[in-house]
Ligand binder design. Sequence first.
Ligand SMILES: Cc1cc2nc3c(=O)[nH]c(=O)nc-3n(C[C@H](O)[C@H](O)[C@H](O)COP(=O)(O)O)c2cc1C
Length: 229
Amino acid sequence: MYVDRLMTRHLSTKAASAKVASITAASITAASAKAASTTVPVHPLLAERWSPRGFDQEHELGEQALTALLEAARWAPSAQNSQPWRFLVTRRGEQAHGQLFGALAGGNQAWAGAASALILVAARTAGDDGSAQPWALYDTGQAVAALVTQAQADALSVHQMGGFDTAAVRAGFGLDDTLTPVVILAVGRRDSGADLPEPLAAREAAPRTRQPVGDLLLPVRLEPGLAAA
Ligand SMILES: Cc1cc2nc3c(=O)[nH]c(=O)nc-3n(C[C@H](O)[C@H](O)[C@H](O)COP(=O)(O)O)c2cc1C
């Protein structure tokens, strides 16, 4: 009797472990289907990040989750610590969200409304005295990269969009001339993308591609004018 009970428990534990193993294997496969294929390993946070169009329209971005994203951006490096990035946060259901959504290009409106938040990213490309801030766009991109990586660590996804009407955003939110709207971020929890229309569904399933590292390298040619003294 005791042995029977023990066996039953052992078998159910084994069955449970097998189930956990299969779920884990399935999630790893699911996570890896879009993972970057690299010649040497890179950190999973980078390799497994991608830009989905399928978002869970039930998911809400909590205050703490949002703050973590903004903190990650806040601590990005910038030229002379100028911190030129600015964020206008709107959540699904808010009036401002509707306004930002309305500025998106049609192709982006087809999917981005399901994301929990739309965040306008702007860069302070001119100082108060009108002086140019040559690194502002670069710095702002770095802040977004940090935000995106934090999102990945927190099981959130970000899809950046350059396809929007910058004039409408500038006018609609009263941005002054020192600010340049850069991208709108769709932020939320990824879903299967099963509801996406074609051709978006096909794109969602397609593997991600990149140029080989070798194509990114400039040839090292030493011109006489630059020779070390
Ligand atoms: C500055 C910028 C603008 C982008 N604009 C759009 C856009 O308007 N619509 C869109 O669907 N994706 C947009 N993307 C997403 C890219 O298409 C995507 O990052 C690229 O295809 C690589 O795919 P991955 O992020 O899944 O690796 C943009 C990305 C960046 C960084």
